[in-house]
Design a protein around this ligand. Structure first.
Ligand code: CP
Length: 448
């Protein structure tokens, strides 16, 4: 059986593949009615455990435009999930009814789990606060259409950067395209540490506090941080690495407060939320910035901006159809945008864990315990960092074993360089390693 290609994370696509999807989407958008032969005879299933307007309907419209069929569970409370059926079982069953699955789920890592159980491609339509890769493709595609390029653009993220999954996926992708990101978070809703850490360590992005007076009231109440490639590219617009002045913005990406995902420590005064309206958009730096929003919006973009030619959020939503046509056609093997099997940037999925659980309550490894055991991937060898293979959260651990030698090492040991990632067994502490039958390795080469 061939292993299907999935779209679980924006990391599953190379930049070349993304650009091929943009080209295909542009072609499809020239005459959306001309492609009804592409997926004739194929069926996609949409499984939505959370509400959606744009993602579900634009995917379904895309599949119908391609001439295929759609089966949909738009409200999983009417499915056997309400009788206690697990996600893993649901996926195994529905994969027998369709040629691809589109999944939205409240648990972080749910799409990764679904991909492990599905015989057909799984498309992540949003997993908790984690990722929303097809929204990211829609956002990138919109920027690419509007600006003709992505490299070197200056994009402002404003609002709830903590719980917004669209921001996290979009930030990773913009960093890979070597664009600059200016963060204007609602106080208390800053970009999560694990996202900033990954941007820095994996993509070479350096957060710098920005001098952002020119962003006007948008930034008045927030700490503004510029996330920018460590090696400035030729299109870079700034000059002072200590206090970057935000002189010219290409896009403002607003997000609503993601109240449905707030943790217990999240306190928001909605009357004081970052606002964008005609007054804020009068700032000189925003003179030709496009205004983007994944939608739905609440109060964060005033209706007085809707008629402004810089406001593209409704066009952005409409572009969800051609880009999702390109995604579906490619995953169904009817378009040649994807180069063979997946090109995941973090392939070390096989690291095991003994006695460790993911710290995120919303992680699918904690909400689907019948079918999921915690699994970690190696984020960095030196210093040794592991993150949850499902929700990407970093996990503290106190010992690492080698499954072949049955020795364990402490995280600072240089001998860890010699262990293959798929032979690593992570333990919360040395006692856990001893209890599992591992022996303490000789302290030769220990760096502590
Ligand atoms: N942008 C987005 O994901 O919208 P929906 O929640 O309506 O799908």
């Amino acid at each position: 059986m061939t292993v299907p290609r999935h779209l679980v994370s924006i990391d599953d696509l190379s930049l070349t593949e993304m650009e091929a999807l943009f080209e295909k989407a542009r072609l499809y958008s020239e005459d959306s009615r001309a492609w009804s032969h592409v997926a004739r005879g194929s069926i996609v299933a949409s499984l939505f455990y959370e509400p959606s307007t744009r993602t579900r309907l634009s995917f379904e419209s895309a599949m119908l435009r391609l001439g295929g069929g759609v089966i949909t569970a738009a409200d999983m409370s009417f499915s056997s999930a309400s009788k206690g059926e697990s996600l893993a079982d649901t996926v195994r069953v529905v994969a027998g009814y369709a040629d691809a699955l589109i999944l939205r789920h409240q648990s972080e890592g749910a799409a990764r789990l679904a991909a492990e159980y599905s015989a057909v491609p799984v498309i992540n339509a949003g997993d908790g606060s984690h990722e929303h890769p097809t929204q990211t493709l829609c956002d990138l595609y919109s920027l690419w259409i509007e600006r003709g390029r992505i490299e070197g653009l200056d994009v402002v993220f404003a609002g709830d950067l903590r719980y917004s999954r669209t921001v996290h996926s979009f930030a990773y992708a913009l960093a890979r395209f070597r664009a600059n990101i200016v963060c204007v978070p609602q106080p208390g809703f800053e970009m999560p540490t694990h996202v900033v850490k990954r941007l820095r360590e994996e993509f070479g992005v350096e957060p710098v506090r920005a001098e952002a007076g020119r962003l006007g009231e948008l930034a008045a109440q927030s700490d503004v941080v510029y996330l920018t490639p460590q090696k400035p590219h030729q299109l870079s617009l700034f000059t002072d690495p200590q206090g970057l002045s935000v002189e010219h913005v290409d896009a403002v990406y607003m997000t609503r407060p993601q109240t449905e995902r707030f943790g217990q420590d999240a306190v928001l005064d909605e009357t004081n939320y970052v606002q964008l309206g005609k007054r804020q958009m009068a700032a000189e730096s925003l003179r030709d910035a496009v205004v983007m929003h994944p939608l739905p919006r609440r109060e964060e973009i005033n209706a007085d901006l809707d008629g402004d030619p810089r406001s593209i959020y409704f066009k952005q939503a409409a572009r969800g159809v051609p880009i999702r046509m390109a995604i579906l056609a490619s995953l169904l093997g009817e378009a040649d945008c994807l180069a063979g099997p997946g090109t995941a940037r973090r392939p070390a999925w096989k690291a095991h864990a003994e006695g460790l659980v993911c710290g995120r309550e919303a992680c699918v490894s904690r909400t689907e315990t019948r079918h999921v055991s915690p699994k970690f991937c190696l984020a960095s060898r030196v210093p040794l960092l592991a993150s949850c293979a499902y929700c990407s959260h970093e996990i503290p651990f106190g010992a690492v074993g080698c499954s072949t030698t049955r020795n364990f090492h402490l995280p600072g040991s240089r001998d860890l360089r010699k262990i293959r990632p798929d032979h690593m067994v992570f333990f919360s502490d040395p006692d856990g390693a001893l209890a599992a039958g591992f022996s303490a390795a000789a302290r030769v080469g220990h760096s502590r």
